[in-house]
Ligand binder design. Structure first.
Ligand code: PMP
Length: 305
């Protein structure tokens, strides 16, 4: 099926037609993965459209860029405006926003000084893994691919090149008939999903892998930790061995795209009773409540469109 694209895109300071937002085949990022990017969602709320944690996402973009010495030639305010403008120009409310900054056309060597190109694309997006995934959960598997080790490729920076690992994990899982893949860190301990963080529930407590387990410390992860603690659910960041996936009462994945997706099985073994459990459902209620007004946004996470 031919894909349909939105009409407008923001590129290097200008809104332009989608088809005109092109790059040169010798752009550095295309060869060496030298891009940093974000994934952000905007939601419809009773008070109008809101971009969820827009400022925090863009701050992470600058942090990722700092790790790779990618100079972003726009201020946070300018990129914030660019994100809002691109959503509005495309007449969207519920959308996925993709700011990206990358080394463009300059020299050809690894350490070449190249100008930074910046773009913001947006497109309509419902649940990433499907409505059914949010309601009933998905079947996941532990990937045969490990996450990159600390001090190899920095997992905490959201860079294009990292997603070679994500692609191996996600594509292997889909090829084998699973909804998503979970990676172990080089230590053999649980890391995260191909593009999602992981939470396990034991006796009503939430357990999640620490930053040292080669994860991207997601903003959804942070939002869930905050919402859980605020509602009397204990959260523990700790090393998690693989077998805990099979022993947990509940397992869920979270991320901007996946939102809060329960796992109903891992490696063919049912998680708990094989359906979303009470803690997962409560977290879904609290998280999605931010957008229908039933959870008070006490943190200023909803930034108006
Ligand atoms: N881990 C990886 C590898 C990801 O790509 C993502 C998605 N950005 C996440 C975790 C979740 O991060 P966030 O909640 O900030 O979207």
């Amino acid at each position: 099926m031919a894909m349909s694209y939105p009409e407008w895109i923001w590129q290097n300071g200008q809104i332009k037609p989608w088809n005109e937002a092109t790059v040169h085949v010798m752009a550095h990022a295309l060869h060496y993965g030298s891009s940093v990017f974000e994934g952000i969602r905007s939601y419809k709320t009773p008070n109008g459209g809101a971009i969820f944690r827009l400022t925090d996402h863009l701050k992470r973009l600058y942090m990722s860029a700092k790790v790779y010495d990618i100079e972003i030639p726009y201020t946070l305010d300018e990129l914030t405006d660019a994100c809002r403008e691109t959503v509005k120009k495309n007449d969207l409310v519920q959308a996925y926003l993709r700011p990206v900054a990358f080394r463009g056309l300059g020299g050809f060597g690894l350490a070449a000084e190249c100008p930074t190109d910046v773009a913001v694309a947006v497109w309509p997006m419902g649940p990433y893994l499907g409505e059914e995934a949010l309601a009933s959960g998905i079947d996941a598997c532990v990937s045969s691919w490990q996450r990159f080790a600390p001090n190899t490729i920095p997992a905490g920076a959201k860079a294009g090149g990292n997603y070679l690992s994500g692609q191996l994990i996600a594509r292997e899982a889909r090829r084998l008939g699973f909804g998503e893949g979970i990676a172990l860190a080089n230590t053999g301990l649980l890391s995260e999903g191909a593009g999602e963080n992981l939470f396990l529930v034991f006796d009503g407590q939430l357990h999640t892998s620490p930053a040292s387990a080669s994860i991207l410390a997601g903003l959804t992860r942070h939002s869930l930790i905050t919402l859980a603690r605020d509602n009397g659910i204990e959260v523990i960041e700790r090393d998690l061995p693989r077998e805990y996936l099979y022993l947990a009462d509940e397992v869920l994945m979270c991320g901007t795209a996946a939102e809060i997706t329960p796992l109903r099985s891992v490696d063919g073994k049912p998680v708990g009773e094989g359906k979303p459990g009470p803690v997962t459902k409560r977290l879904q209620e609290l998280f999605f409540g931010l957008f229908d007004g039933t959870t008070e946004d006490r943190w200023g996470w909803l930034e108006s469109l």
